[in-house]
Design a protein around this ligand. Structure first.
Ligand code: HEC
Length: 142
């Protein structure tokens, strides 16, 4: 197998919901790829986009437009559909509002707004999908 593929699998292992204390095995990573739900794919996009946004804010670059795909958080199919309860919907709505605010209002409060939106990611993950929390925390601007 090509080296780049291995790196990709390890990267997937780091992001997944499950506890990543164990070294990711390729068999598991393969399985995760086949089982990746619509929501998982969306979440990975949200993660990558926010990495870009963080750098744009730090470098005082102009910010990308709010990605309309993010609204799919309200409809995307979850691995475990029972995780979509009232609290999920409330957090999803405030996440979308805060990301829109961050990306559309370039003001002194941009870092505050951005961190608030990332804290919504963390809040939702505390009860549903704890694995990626350390990675998500790194998105915060200190
Ligand atoms: C409203 C709740 C909620 C919000 C807000 C939320 N997530 Fe998630 N996230 C989830 C759930 C639930 C899953 C599991 C999805 C599944 O298994 O179908 C998930 C999965 C993930 C994954 C794991 C994907 C994988 O490879 O297994 C990552 C990474 C992630 N989210 C990052 C983020 C980031 C970054 C943000 C904010 C920019 C965010 N999430 C906001 C609920 C949320």
């Amino acid at each position: 197998m090509q080296k780049s593929l291995w790196i990709f699998f390890i990267f997937l292992g780091l992001l997944s919901c499950k506890n990543t204390d164990e070294k990711p095995k390729v068999a598991n990573a393969d399985l995760q790829m086949y089982e990746a739900s619509e929501m998982t794919i969306l979440m990975r996009q949200m993660y990558e986009v926010n990495k870009v946004v963080k750098n744009q804010i730090i470098n005082k670059d102009s910010l990308l437009d709010f990605p309309d795909e993010f609204k799919k958080i309200h409809t995307a199919v979850l691995t475990d559909p029972s995780e979509r309860d009232d609290e999920f919907d409330i957090l999803a709505t405030s996440f979308i509002d805060l990301q829109k605010e961050t990306l559309s209002i370039n003001s002194d409060s941009i870092i505050y707004n951005y961190n608030k939106s990332i804290n919504t990611c963390i809040k939702c993950h505390e009860t549903r999908c704890t694995g990626p929390i350390p990675k998500i925390k790194k998105l915060l601007i200190k």
